[in-house]
Structures are given as C-alpha cells and as structure tokens.
Design a protein around this ligand. Structure first.
Ligand SMILES: [Zn+2]
Length: 501
C-alpha cells in the first residue's frame, strides 16, 4: 500500500472529524462512557472512505442523524420513549416549548459538526472513484465492514442512540395499545371503600431526587416546610424507570412481575371505592404521555385536555386555584380524591421557575443545578400551599406525594445539567410521603418499597379493600421488598451519582 501525501492528509482529516464528532456526541447525549465504543463511530467514518458507495452513504446518514439529535440531547439527555412520543404527536404549543428549549450555541456546535462531516464526505468523494463499483469484491468489502461494525459497535454511544430510537418507538406503540386497555376501565371488586367527608390529594412529582431534599437528609435546607411537617416519610421507595411513562405506569397501574392489568389502576380504584375523582395537571395536554392522558380521562373531572397557555403550564402554582375549585365543588356525600400531576423539577429546571420564584441557592455547579435546587424548594412551597388550602376546608384530609424518577448530573463540574439518566442509582430513589390532619408526629420509615407495590399501599390509604389487593401494604407498615427494581437489574449494582453541595 502506497501512502501519497494527499491521501494521508485526507485520512488525518477524516480521523479528526470523526474524533471530534464522537467526543461531542458522547457529551451531547448524556450517555455514560461506553468503554469500547467511544471512538468506533470515528473508525466507521474513516473506513467509510474505503467503502463501496451505498455503505458509505449509510454511515454518513447515520452520522447526520446523530448530529441532529445532539442538538436536542444537549438539553434533554438520553433518547427515551417519552421523547419519541413527543416527537410523534407534538402540537403547536409543545413545539414552541420544544424550540425554546434549544440553546442556540448547541445549534452552532451542531453546524460545526456538520461542517466537519461535510469535509469528511468531501474527502470520501475524492476516493470514491477508486472504489470497486461491482463484483464480489464490493460485496465482500461491505459484508466485512458491517460485520466488524456490528461486533465493535455494541455499547457505543451512536449505536445506543439508534437502538434507543428503535426500542423507544416499539415501546411507544405498545403504550398506545395499553392506553386503549385503560380506556376500557377495570373491574375492581371491593369489600370496603371511602369514608365520607374526606379529601385526599395525590401529588405526582416530576424528576425530584430524594437526596436533594433536606427532609431526606440533603445538607442545604431545600425543603424547610417538609423538614418539620408531621406525617410519614418513606425512605426506600424505588421507582422502576428513569423516565415518566414507564415509571408512572408501574406506580399507578396494577402489575405483577412485569404483567400489567391496565384497567386496574389508581384512578379506577378510587372511582370504584366511591370517590369523586379529579385530575389536575401542568403537564402538557394533547399529550404524548398516552397512558397518563388516559388515566386522567378516567377521572370524573380532568383539566388535562382543556387548552391551557404555556404560561399556565410553566408554573405549578396555577394548580392551587384549581385545587380550590375542586375543594369547593359540591359532590354531596361523596369524598374527593384529587390527583395533581406537576412539572416539578423537569429538565430545563430554570423554565419551571417564574420571575417571582426565589432562587435561594448559588452553588458552584452552574445555573441549571441551582435552578434544580430552587425547583425542589418550589415543590416544598407548593406542598405547603396545598396543605394550607386543605386545612382551611376543615374536614379530614391527607396528601400523598411521590416523584416519578430522579435525574443524573451530566456535563462539566462548573456547568452541571440535570438530565434523565437510567444508569445511576439515584434516578430510582425517589421520595414518598404522606401528610394530613390525622398525623401528629413525624415518622420516617427506612425500608425498600418497590414501585409495583404502590397500588396496594394506595388502596390501603384510600380505605379500599378487596380482591387482588395485598393487605400487607399500608403507609405505616409494609414488608421489605427485594432489590430488583431498576429495569431488570439490581439497584445496588448501578453507578452512584451522589447529590452535590
Ligand atoms: Zn418524569
């Protein structure tokens, strides 16, 4: 093989483009380090310069797709089924939020990557005329290349991006079918139900990590109200996924060993137990979160499909007025159960704060991290405001809160971004607590409780008893669950990503 100076320049140029590309992608996607695969996409590009035309074009197309995602990945993190759903069914309002989320610098960066890719493509074209255009050699070369890539690529970031895309789409389609099953309703056969003159509120939190709450031991006082509130705080509740749909499905729908009984869910159970049910949400409304949308539709009153402005959706405190309306509504003898699904600490946490929300924390880890802490503090104020409204109603009340999943730290230490990450333990360790007029002390229960047992505990909390409900689970007492929570693996085996302070 003879190296001409021109060919060497091209080779180095392509290698450089590929290296920059893979490193940028690695950071942009918030995918953890993949030991063998980091530079493989780079090699693929280099090899593409020696490939038959069709294979090479495919490599460039895959690279272009990954660059396009990197713009979003910078802000959102790893590709999840939630995100694919959003892409499939987005509406004008959501698109606006989506576009406003993108950082112009990330677009600039992607343009730079595209330029590098174009340069690599240009260099490749220079060699294309020397490539075999027909015959056995062409097919052997393509076969050899794709076999090598298939073997080497497993676990690399771009490969995970595309496998996430395919698997995420499959899960999204499955969710659509599951949503139909929710719509058909469930057959609960209960022997006991609700007490009269009772209001129960379930606040479904978003992206809040337990270890960032002072009520659960964070050294900075992010939750001054909860730190001193009477109630039961469960320290050991473990969610099943690092993103909303899958996590909330496991928590709110009856399931055993991964088999879901969609009709039997928290909302249909509350209906069957005799509650007038409400679903108030600041999560988006035409929604991609199909299962959640269908659950909300099971409630007698839902604001989920009511058109609301972006301003409304960006501030959870807008739900307090809707809580007032729900409390004031005359439902005769029927007790009320009000679900409140908030935006909480959703990624892009600065966007969850209004101008009047205090930003009390100024740590060295960057704006996004400080905003995340401020959203935890905002949650504390939200819970405090809701309990004041319930206390004023002067009847028995109880409020249950849990978060759907946590987030991981990504990016440089001075500019940490809080993003979805299923590979760390803290994404699964979420708070679960109950406050109410019946509590006059503060109890902390340190015991593992898996997400799939929530429905049993919820049943006990609303006073429902009956077939298919495990009576051993209640807020104040439940058996220790086994460690098999995190997506088939053990929680203890996951990477530790401790809270920063
Ligand atoms: Zn979520």
């Amino acid at each position: 093989m003879v190296f001409s100076p021109l060919k060497t320049v091209k080779f180095v140029a392509i290698a450089l483009a590929a290296a920059v590309f893979e490193l940028a992608l690695h950071r942009a996607l918030a995918y953890g380090p993949s030991q063998d695969g980091r530079m493989l996409f780079g090699f693929a590009l280099i090899l593409a310069s020696r490939l038959e035309a069709r294979s090479a074009k495919l490599v460039f197309a895959l690279a272009l797709g990954a660059i396009a995602f990197s713009v979003v990945g910078m802000e959102y993190g790893r590709l999840t089924p939630d995100f694919i759903g959003a892409l499939m069914e987005t509406n004008a309002e959501e698109s606006k939020e989506f576009l406003s989320m993108i950082n112009p610098l990330d677009i600039l960066f992607a343009c730079l990557l595209c330029a590098l890719l174009a340069f690599a493509l240009f260099a490749w074209r220079g060699q294309a005329s020397a490539l075999p255009s027909s015959g056995l050699r062409k097919y052997l070369r393509a076969f050899g290349f794709w076999t090598a890539i298939a073997l080497l690529w497993i676990g690399s970031n771009p490969a995970r991006l595309y496998s996430d895309a395919v698997l995420g789409y499959i899960e999204y389609r499955a969710n659509l079918e599951a949503a139909q099953a929710i719509a058909r309703g469930g057959a609960w056969s209960l022997s006991a139900g609700a007490d009269k003159n009772d209001i129960r509120v379930v606040v479904i939190g978003e992206s809040a990590r337990k270890d960032y709450m002072s009520a659960y031991g964070y050294p900075l006082n992010t939750t001054p109200f909860l730190l001193n509130a009477n109630g039961i705080f469960i320290d050991g509740f473990t969610t099943s996924a690092g993103y909303t749909i899958k996590s909330l499905s496991t928590i709110l729908i009856k399931n055993e060993n991964g088999v879901f009984d969609y009709g039997r869910n928290a909302v249909s159970l509350a209906n069957a137990a005799g509650y007038e049910t409400f679903w108030l949400s600041t999560q988006t409304y035409t929604d991609f979160k199909h299962i959640i949308a269908r659950l909300s539709f099971q409630a007698a009153h839902s604001n989920f499909f009511r058109p609301r402005s972006l301003d409304f959706l960006s501030d959870d405190f807008n739900l307090i007025a809707e809580l007032d309306e729900a409390i004031a509504l005359d439902t005769g003898d029927k007790p009320k159960l009000i679900f409140m699904h908030i935006m909480g600490s959703h990624p892009q946490s600065c966007k969850r704060l209004t101008k009047s929300d205090p930003r009390s924390f100024n740590l060295i880890y960057g704006e996004d991290h400080n905003c995340y802490l401020a959203t935890i503090e905002k949650l504390d104020r939200f819970i405090s405001a809701a309990t004041k409204r319930l206390e004023a109603a002067d009847i028995n009340w109880s409020l249950l809160y849990f978060s759907d999943h946590g987030l991981g730290h990504s990016g440089d230490l001075g500019d940490i971004k809080m993003r979805h990450n299923e590979e760390i333990r803290q994404s699964y360790e979420v708070p679960l607590f109950a406050l109410g007029s019946g509590f006059n002390e503060r109890v902390i229960i340190k015991r593992r409780l898996n997400a799939s047992r929530f429905i049993d505990l919820f049943a006990a909390w609303i006073g429902a008893r009956g077939e298919g409900l495990d009576w051993r689970y209640s807020l104040s007492d439940f058996p220790q669950d086994s460690d098999l929570a995190a997506s088939g693996g053990k929680l203890g085996d996951l990477r530790d990503d401790p809270a920063l302070y």
